[in-house]
Design a protein around this ligand. Structure first.
Ligand SMILES: Cc1cc2nc3c(=O)[nH]c(=O)nc-3n(C[C@H](O)[C@H](O)[C@H](O)COP(=O)(O)OP(=O)(O)OC[C@H]3O[C@@H](n4cnc5c(N)ncnc54)[C@H](O)[C@@H]3O)c2cc1C
Length: 462
């Protein structure tokens, strides 16, 4: 932070950053003046206009951004990066930006998949990762007070050491900050038991777009609920500086199961019945045919054509390259898969009765599945899936590295869509693909964008 990584000094010419295939020009005179002004507010070392720091704040976890980085492009660097360490410093920077009409983009971990943390209009990237005072955990009140820059995994580690958990496990938690998760209404995989992030928020502290300090109150609101308004506002309404969140006793026992059904529709019916029965698994997932195959439990596995089996089974680069050369064929093969679905669930319990509670609820779910035609495959597939998930294994990056393109879409659908969810999702993905977007789990060569100059980034011919 602050000192840049490497950029050689010079004026005007593009300067290479060591070990990075990205070139940014040195800061302009205006950017250097901005940096001096911000340093007067935050102190030396807390602001930078070095190319390396501007580059690091110019991208996020969105596919477009990843492709741009891979192609050595950084089309949207900020003029300066500022690292406030207190809420008062956040306030000072916001007030300065308002007075001087400088664009300001809050940045947490930069893991957003939407491009929302990218400073499209330059100006100040307000990096909040120095707001990391020690969280205050109150087990009695089942609450934790935490600053916005604290990393999600670190918070969970601190809670675990105190015998507690937030119960919020988004896939991107290695990179995400508390503020970023709140600003995006982040969702996690074990939300079935403890709720989604917005259910965990008791109160927020923030600096609004005028520089005023806000503190939302706990408890029911008689007017508009400011807490809920700020959640998911993606840095457009306020900079969140601190939150008071609910936490729970850490689970002491779990019960995992995978159950196979003859079709996606059958699995979807059970999913609904399970939730309507009042059972609350921490994890509940219905995998369609392709994902069921990835769990390598489908009887169709051995009957698969070799290229598809190689691709799904090993994720080996050679097989992947092969498939990426013929994505239409691969997608056709995937469409022809037998229509099995796989329901994965995990029940958790805590305290002295943890094991009994988890086993009782899990047993009830297994009986319900059996009564509705499910075949119990035991705990293995669910445990393996969760272990991969906990290790942060994310399929997208491997595909990118191999020259492919993939995107993970979270879509909320009505129950009636579920049985043939693949149909509507396919149509959605096809539309996205026509616009240069991704196609979910389908194999796809890199998109060829035309419209935007910043998009001249199709990875070079291999
Ligand atoms: C591999 C991977 C897996 C992912 N898995 C999940 C998942 O399971 N669930 C999920 O919900 N998301 C997931 N994401 C997306 C991402 O991790 C989340 O959106 C996360 O909440 C973003 O947090 P961040 O700190 O990185 O925010 P950033 O990316 O830095 O910012 C996101 C947005 O919030 C704003 N912002 C950041 N901090 C603040 C603040 N303090 N106050 C106000 N606005 C702020 C930014 O301006 C931007 O608009 C994943 C991403 C990746 C790369």
């Amino acid at each position: 932070m602050g000192d840049g990584m490497s950029a050689a000094k010079g004026s005007g010419a593009m300067e290479p950053l060591e070990s990075m295939n990205v070139r940014l020009p040195p800061a302009s005179a205006a950017a250097r003046a901005l940096t001096r002004d911000l340093e007067a507010l935050l102190g030396p070392g807390a602001v930078s206009c070095e190319p390396a720091d501007r580059w690091a704040a110019s991208y996020d976890g969105s596919p477009r951004s990843l492709l741009q980085t891979k192609a050595g492009l950084a089309p949207h660097p900020p003029d300066a990066v500022a690292w406030p360490a207190t809420a008062e410093q956040v306030q000072a920077v916001v007030r300065y930006a308002v007075a001087e009409r400088v664009p300001l983009t809050p940045v947490g971990g930069g893991s957003a998949g939407t491009g929302a943390a990218i400073p499209l209009r330059g100006g100040i990237a307000l990096d909040l990762k120095r707001l990391v005072g020690a969280p205050r955990i109150d087990l009695e009140a089942r609450a934790v007070e935490v600053e916005a820059g604290v990393n999600a995994r670190r918070l969970e580690g601190l809670l675990a050491a105190a015998g507690a958990t937030l119960g919020h496990f988004p896939w991107g938690m290695e990179s995400a900050t508390v503020g970023g998760m709140l600003a995006t209404r982040s969702g996690g995989v074990r939300a079935g038991r403890s709720g989604k992030l917005e259910d965990l928020v008791l109160g927020l502290e923030a600096v609004d777009g005028t520089g005023a300090y806000l503190r939302t109150e706990e408890g029911p609101s008689f007017g508009p609920d400011l807490t809920q308004l700020l959640l998911g506002s993606e840095g457009t309404l306020a900079v969140i500086t601190r939150a008071r969140l609910r936490c729970w006793p850490a689970p002491t026992a779990s019960f995992s199961r995978a159950v196979r059904f003859s079709s996606q529709a059958a699995g979807a019916r059970v999913l609904r019945e399970l939730l309507r029965s009042g059972l609350r698994p921490a994890v509940l997932r219905l995998h369609g045919p392709l994902d069921a195959l990835l769990a390598r439990r489908s009887p169709a596995w051995r009957a698969l054509p070799t290229p598809l089996r190689l691709l799904l089974g090993a994720g080996q680069n050679e097989a992947l390259h092969l498939a990426l050369r013929a994505p239409a064929l691969l997608n056709a093969l995937a469409d022809a898969l037998p229509a099995h679905s796989l329901l994965l669930f995990v029940f958790e319990g805590d305290g002295a009765r943890g094991e009994v509670d988890a086993a009782e609820e899990g047993g009830e779910a297994v009986r319900l599945c059996a009564a509705m035609g499910g075949e119990d495959l035991g705990p293995g597939p669910a445990e393996r899936w969760l272990a991969r998930r906990d290790q942060g294994v994310f399929p997208r990056e491997g595909l990118f590295a191999a020259g492919g393109f993939a995107e993970v879409l979270d879509v909320a659908v009505a129950w009636e869509w579920l049985p043939e969810g693949r149909g509507p999702l396919r149509r959605l993905r096809a539309r996205g693909a026509r616009r240069g977007g991704g196609r979910g789990r389908d194999a796809e060569p890199p998109p060829r964008h035309r419209a935007h100059p910043a998009d001249s980034l199709v990875p070079r011919a291999r």
